[in-house]
Design a binder for this molecule. Structure first.
Ligand SMILES: Nc1ncnc2c1ncn2[C@@H]1O[C@H](COP(=O)(O)OP(=O)(O)O)[C@@H](O)[C@H]1O
Ligand SMILES: [Mg+2]
Length: 246
């Protein structure tokens, strides 16, 4: 079993999009996948077509209650522990707990029946994100090919190093998202990442594609929405790279 955190404290870089579509692609590759939505905004939940009701167990109950993953999971294409805004209050509750950085790690110890657990992180280096870094084997970092893509990456690297005393997490890979080969800065960002991360920079680039948004609006992964789209091709390629090198 591999636990993977999709992390970048910057919003809008395609953490959630990649969490959903990697989960779906790995499922197509016959892997057993659990997606954990660790962002109180719940975008991975909605994007997976799950509507959270008050009586459901969410990531909040999973982290802070006595519940097992199987009591909190919702079965879609892949299994998902969904989230809604109630997770926003968890951060303060977590703060007062013993071993507050390791709550998620301790909960995931009980789980053995998945090939991959994918954690969709919030857009911050908050205590929730630290919990993901302490729980995960590998961090995957999506970087949007945009003008401000590179700010914050040093800080992210430092944060990954700072959790080493608690968990020997490694960077599994860095990958470009919203890539447009016609844009000069898309290539500039690629060159910079190659210098900064060397062989950790993945070969697959996720190209910009309007279908991504359309699929999310309908609560579908890209394979369900249009399996012949270039986004489906890109995310399948990324998943295969992850399986080989991850
Ligand atoms: N390859 C892509 N092409 C076009 N739009 C994309 C692509 N990847 C993500 N998006 C869009 O960018 C926005 C932010 O993506 P999201 O996955 O929510 O980022 P994050 O989770 O890092 O905040 C969403 O509206 C999403 O639909
Ligand atoms: Mg997100």
């Amino acid at each position: 079993m591999k636990i993977i955190a999709l992390i970048n404290q910057k919003g809008g870089v395609a953490k959630t999009t990649s969490a959903i579509n990697l989960a779906a692609a790995l499922k197509i590759l016959n892997k057993k996948v659990l997606l954990i939505d660790l962002d109180p905004q719940g975008n991975a939940t909605v994007g997976s077509g799950v509507e959270v009701t008050a009586d459901m167990n969410t990531t909040h109950e999973f982290l802070l209650g006595p519940f097992t993953a199987s009591e909190c999971k919702f079965e879609k294409e892949y299994d998902i522990i969904p989230t809604d805004i109630r997770l926003a209050t968890a951060e303060m509750e977590i703060f007062s707990k013993f071993s507050r950085e390791s709550l998620l790690k301790n909960k995931l110890k009980e789980i053995t029946d998945y090939d991959y657990i994918i954690i969709d992180c919030p857009p911050s280096l908050s205590l929730l994100t630290i919990n993901a870094l302490v729980a995960a084997d590998l961090a995957y970092i999506p970087v949007a090919a945009s003008v401000f893509a590179l700010t914050g990456l040093e800080q992210l690297k430092d944060t990954i190093i700072s959790v080493q005393p608690l968990n020997n997490i490694e960077i599994g890979g860095v990958f470009l998202t919203r890539f447009d080969s016609r844009e000069k800065f898309s290539h500039e960002v690629t060159n910079y990442l190659s210098e900064m991360f060397g062989e950790k920079l993945m070969n697959t680039k996720i190209r910009t594609c309007a279908n991504i948004n359309k699929a999310q609006v309908q609560g579908l992964d890209i394979f369900k929405f249009d399996s012949s789209s270039r986004s489906a091709e890109d995310y399948m390629s990324l998943a295969k790279e992850l399986v080989i090198y991850g």
